[in-house]
Write a new protein. Structure first.
Length: 659
């Protein structure tokens, strides 16, 4: 059985921003050994509880339907359940909730108060130190933490009683229409091509990202062609590209090529010996080979090279059928795979087929029953769960960190700015954050000589392929360990920088990549904007990234872009613009000024908690170095009016604060 080169050690794994990390072999089939050492969920009466160490979901063990998610406990009927910590990938099978003949003895938690029945003398202990917190009475108010409750009269112990911090008061949406278009026609709910078609099946709950689909059990035939490629499938589809995957074929020699056939006569060759002097092109070629995946068609990398995307790009709304074959080192070609039919999404308001998913109820038809082409058509189904209006004179430390998750440990994307951690180093000598009373301004400047000695050692490391490190000082906001969520609508209102060398960014990013079959390392770029684009027009860019579950290699969408409809650029004339993304199970829709600009659909859409990030780049492997000889270019600025997150009732429990 070939579990492909995907299960070999990957020499380097590429994260969001091109960050390289070395790793040992990833062996996902052994991901779920013993859970004995894990902090397991507990059952008290009809309530399943779990530790404060991630975002959890409870599934029905028979149907895999989601029962509840988020929080730290869930009241369920009698039955068997699966409990999953999606932050860490830990999975707890066969959690049994049985009928209780004495439910009056249950200990309960409401807010910050632990209560118990009037059936004995109770004591509450700190679960870590076993120190007595309170005793006697019928209840006890305690700080957030984990506790043991003991009924000394009956000799009963209640372990892992968890009291969580209360979520902060929800922000009030005093100005819900800011940034929304007011000249919209009546919404038009798109009609499904086949309204009676069965829903697309949900992903395997034990293998949500398709790790096990990379195995081919068909043995190689001595002297014969490779085995037929198996499990040709769609990972993601957008308006003019789709990401396709299949299991590697087996051969008694060596498979040297896969050929992807498209029904209109276009063919693509995927080989391990394809080379290009451009590192970005080479990385994409290598990724296709190592992951047996392909993007039809990655116009970012192959407009005129190899796959000729300039002429081969699929057409929005059209349907194509694909087959893939394998060819070995003797020139023998395998039988074609089973066909795969893909309908590309319309440029706006594309119908979303019925589909089942681990994270939504079987009767949830929100995306089918709404015109998603403009935010006002559906935002009334959502409530505001997070907001910063930046109308004070300092950053709110309960909402933001002034560093990225990796801190000062590495330089990403060959970026040239050092992100000053103003919260950690208030006396650094430069603060990139300033306030107008109504907005936040992030400013980037050349690094003063007198501050260079305060820069971390990573700034002094040589980089033969990159420009000067830490030549500029700038700032970043990240909500990691302050606020994270799964699914919702995120929007920010910005004045983007039009300065050459500036990159204004706003995106969602994972706090934890996941492990085993739950490895995914997701990122959704809401907007990236180059002040001067050396590769083309200064459009607004949108991207989706995720980590391949078997190799750890980052698989990125083509860099999607959108021109300003009325001409000009998004940084012109100090204009405010809103940039938003609707993130639903298996669906992502991007918006600018309240109108849809791009979307994608498929099982590789993120399912893990993500946090908010915004920062200002000054020079990188993508953005040219700002002109240090022209003082009029500085400070480079990006201005934020607000950042908001809205959620539907179905997903509000996924929002966590202060973790």
């Amino acid at each position: 059985m070939n579990i492909r080169h995907k299960f070999a050690c990957a020499s380097s794994l590429w994260h969001k921003v091109g960050t390289k990390r070395t790793t040992a072999c990833i062996v996902v089939l052994a991901a779920f050994g013993s859970n004995a050492a894990l902090a397991a969920p507990t059952v008290a009466g009809n309530t399943i509880s779990w530790p404060d160490d991630g975002w959890y979901q409870v599934q029905n063990a028979a149907t895999y339907e989601s029962v509840c998610q988020g929080g730290q406990s869930c009241e369920v009927p009698v039955g068997k359940y699966i409990v999953i910590n999606h932050s860490t990938g830990q999975r707890f099978e066969n959690i049994s909730v049985v009928a209780s003949s004495n439910s009056a003895t249950d200990v309960t938690v409401e807010g910050m108060t632990i209560s118990w029945p009037d059936d004995g003398w109770y004591q509450v202990q700190n679960a870590a130190t076993y120190q007595s917190v309170c005793q006697g009475g019928r209840s006890c108010s305690v700080p957030a933490g984990k506790y043991i409750v003991i009924n000394h009269s009956l000799g009963k112990r209640f372990e892992n009683i968890i009291v969580a911090d209360e979520a902060p008061d929800l922000p009030q949406d005093d100005d819900p229409d800011v940034g929304l278009p007011d000249d919209l026609p009546e919404p038009q709910v798109p009609v499904l091509a086949d309204p009676f078609a069965l829903p697309l099946p949900l992903p395997n709950p034990k293998d949500p990202f398709g790790s096990f689909l990379e195995a081919d059990n068909e043995p190689a035939v001595v002297g014969g062609p490779p085995s037929q490629p198996k499990n040709l499938r769609l990972d993601l589809v957008s308006n003019n590209w789709a990401e396709i995957n299949w299991a590697p074929a087996n051969d008694d020699g060596e498979v040297v090529q896969y050929t992807l056939y498209r029904s209109d006569g276009v063919t693509y060759e995927i080989r391990g010996d394809q080379t290009d002097p451009s590192s970005s092109v080479q990385n994409e070629l290598s990724k296709y080979w190592l992951t047996t995946s392909f993007i039809d068609c990655n116009y970012t990398r192959f407009d005129q090279l190899f796959h000729r995307c300039g002429s081969n790009t699929p057409t929005a709304g059209e349907t194509y059928t694909y087959e893939v074959t394998a060819t070995d080192d003797s020139g023998q070609e395998s039988a074609a795979s089973e066909p795969l039919t893909i309908t590309y999404l319309e440029n706006s308001n594309a119908p979303v087929p019925l589909y089942d998913d681990l994270y939504k109820g079987a009767n949830d038809r929100f995306v089918q029953n709404h015109d998603l082409s403009a935010v006002p058509y559906w935002l009334d189904e959502f409530d505001l769960v997070f907001s910063d209006e930046f109308d004070g004179d300092s950053l709110d430390p309960d909402k933001w960190q002034t560093s990225l998750t990796w801190g000062d440990s590495r330089i990403v994307n060959r970026e040239q700015q050092y992100l000053v951690n103003a919260q950690r180093d208030p006396d650094f000598g430069y603060d990139p954050f300033s306030f107008t009373g109504e907005s936040l301004v992030i400013s980037a400047v050349p690094t003063p000589e007198e501050l260079r000695e305060k820069l971390p050692s990573v700034c002094d490391e040589g980089d033969a392929t990159g420009p000067e490190r830490c030549a500029f000082l700038s700032g970043a906001l990240s909500s990691h360990d302050k606020f994270q969520f799964i699914y919702g609508y995120t929007e920010g209102r910005f004045k983007l920088s039009g300065t050459s060398g500036a990159l204004s960014s706003f995106y969602l990013y994972h706090r934890y990549a996941g492990s085993g079959v739950n490895y995914h390392a997701p990122e959704i770029d809401i907007v990236e904007y180059l002040g001067e684009n050396p590769y083309g027009d200064p459009d607004a860019f949108q991207t989706h990234h995720f980590g391949d579950v078997n190799t750890g290699i980052t698989r990125s969408a083509p860099t999607m872009s959108y021109k300003k409809p009325d001409g000009g650029n998004y940084a012109d004339n100090d204009e405010w613009h809103t940039f938003g993304v609707l993130w639903e199970p298996q669906l992502v829709v991007w918006y600018i000024d309240g109108r849809e600009v791009k979307r994608l659909f498929g099982p590789q859409v993120s399912r893990q908690p993500m946090n908010l990030v915004s920062y200002l780049v000054a020079g990188s492997g993508w953005a040219p170095t700002p002109d240090l000889t022209d003082p009029s270019q500085f400070p480079i600025t990006m201005e934020l009016d607000y950042v908001r997150v809205y959620q539907r009732d179905a997903f509000k429990q996924t929002a966590t604060f202060g973790r």
